[in-house]
Write a protein that binds this ligand. Sequence first.
Ligand SMILES: [Zn+2]
Length: 187
Amino acid sequence: MIDTRGPLALSLLVIAVSAYGCGGPEREHEVLSHAPSTGDRPVGDRPPGRIPGTHLQDDRPTVENLDPDLLAAVRAAARDARADGVRLVITSGWRSRAHQQRLFDEAVAEYGSEEEARRYVSTPDDSAHVTGDAVDIGPTDADAWLGQRGAAYGLCQIFANEIWHFELATTPGGECPDMLPDSSYRG
Ligand SMILES: [Zn+2]
């Protein structure tokens, strides 16, 4: 069953359109035009999504500002995953600097220090989400599917402690680089 609640459903629609391969640019635009705002205003009418592995909330799984090549790779993977009976959902995509800063500040409050927080949430300067070069994928079976097959699309898990976080890090069919232990190693 498709979960029809909130931003996850919106992302799902975006993926679903490409997954079925019958939409084309026009219908895709129509779906995207209903996607969450990329602005910084708080969104109170949609249930937020939890950032996997943390208690943090991400209320805008925004896909509009993602690197087009990354989004195309995720869509291709989503199409093939669906054929395997796995539903691939973008739970978090592009984030504004202000949004990333807010997530980092929340992580500092949760984990007690900036040093510890960096293991789970990057600063705006270091986050690939801010540049549109990273997506968080769910649910867990989708993470496992993409973790095994992502390299075929150029998609790689980057941090050993974030099975949901993927970036374009190799050529399609290539080999993914060794994972970093956690996001603090990139800073
Ligand atoms: Zn991420």
